[in-house]
Design a protein around this ligand. Structure first.
Ligand SMILES: O=C(O)CCC(=O)C(=O)O
Ligand SMILES: [Fe+2]
Length: 262
């Protein structure tokens, strides 16, 4: 069996360490733990997933607005609410990740869930009650990118498995909006969104390497992944959890995100 979390480097039950992580995430909206997962895990995931790249569901050249919503026909096409960006990626869904994969062990692990809960300040988190959402493996081939957006979920848990030769960088602008209404900044922040889209705002880069654990609060921080370059695909694992048990995607949402309804 493959070792998953690098326990020589990280004690996920250590209260002082957890407190540090909480603090970093609260202050920066992002936390990167270098080498959190073992090299063996990274190797096993690449061995499993790269030959399946042809089975991935590729959304090619999909355009969307920054808020990931339908457009407002009452606003102009070049209004920040309606401006379109392009996203392209391939995705292996949960049930396309073979059961012996160490990713399933991590995703189900009480230790990992407990650690995430404490760092994220949540009472509990639960695996998705459907066959597609829990563990996803994303591929970006040469030229593929994720356009600027805000996430719908309040937190994301990811780990890079393979970096492309160049590009594929995670750029963000923190706290552009306040979707939860607990700070004094307007919900849509059209002027700030426009400035980012126009390249008038300085962006930050979140740097991470294969095996690093990344927690990111993307609901209020605008972010994107720049186009990958070269023949080595960017490979990234996303672990998705719910704060309530028993939640799964509808058939129509499955169709949109995974290209199938079953
Ligand atoms: O690929 C990444 O590093 C981030 C992905 C992302 O932002 C998303 O899936 O919403
Ligand atoms: Fe995102």
């Amino acid at each position: 069996m493959v070792a998953t979390i690098n326990t020589q480097r990280y004690e996920t039950g250590d209260e002082a360490f957890i407190e540090n992580c909480r603090h970093t995430l609260a202050e920066h909206g992002a936390l990167v733990l270098p080498g959190f997962f073992t090299e063996q895990l990274v190797e096993a995931v690449l061995t499993d997933s790269l030959p399946r790249i042809d089975e991935a569901f590729f959304t090619v050249g999909t355009t969307h607005n920054v808020y990931l919503t339908a457009l407002d026909p009452d606003l102009a096409d070049d209004h920040p609410f309606n401006r379109q960006v392009t996203s392209t990626k391939g995705c292996l869904a949960h049930d396309q990740v073979p059961p012996p994969s160490p990713l399933h062990e991590v995703y189900q692990s009480d230790e990992f869930k407990r650690f995430l809960c404490k760092v994220l300040g949540l009472k509990s988190i639960h695996p998705y009650a459907d066959n597609v959402s829990g563990i996803n493996v994303h591929f970006h081939l040469d030229g593929q990118e994720l356009g600027w957006h805000f996430d719908n979920s309040s937190f994301a848990v990811t780990t890079l498995m393979q970096a492309p030769e160049s590009g594929g960088r995670f750029e963000y602008v923190a706290n552009v909006r306040d979707a939860d209404g607990d700070r004094h900044c307007d919900l849509m922040s059209f002027d700030d969104v426009e400035a980012v889209l126009d390249g008038r705002t300085a962006v930050q880069e979140l740097t991470f390497e294969p095996g690093d654990l990344v927690l990111f609060r993307g609901r209020n921080s605008m972010h994107r992944v720049t186009p990958s370059r070269g023949s080595t695909p960017r490979v990234l694992v996303v672990f998705a959890y719910n704060t309530e048990p028993g939640i799964g995607l509808s058939e129509s949402a499955k169709l949109t995100f995974y290209g199938r309804s079953d």
